[in-house]
Design a protein around this ligand. Structure first.
Ligand code: ZN
Length: 65
């Protein structure tokens, strides 16, 4: 799995999912509207974080036998 570069707080992820926060090295969930960790037994959710994510790598399709 490859990681993206760090993005500044004013840039938001395109896709919903988990991202890493630079300052505390924790995972934050991007809900497409905000950083939201309410489902994830709780540290306070900050909105201005520097983040990075996993780059999407398409898997080669397996041929059926
Ligand atoms: Zn942090």
């Amino acid at each position: 799995m490859k990681l993206t570069r760090w993005y500044p707080p004013d840039i938001k992820p395109v896709r919903k999912g988990w991202y890493e926060c630079k300052c505390c090295n924790r995972r934050y969930f991007w809900s497409e509207e905000s950083w939201d960790n309410t489902d994830n037994n709780g540290w306070p959710t900050k909105q201005n974080i520097e983040w990075r994510g996993l780059t999407k790598r398409p898997q080669p399709q397996k041929e059926q036998p």
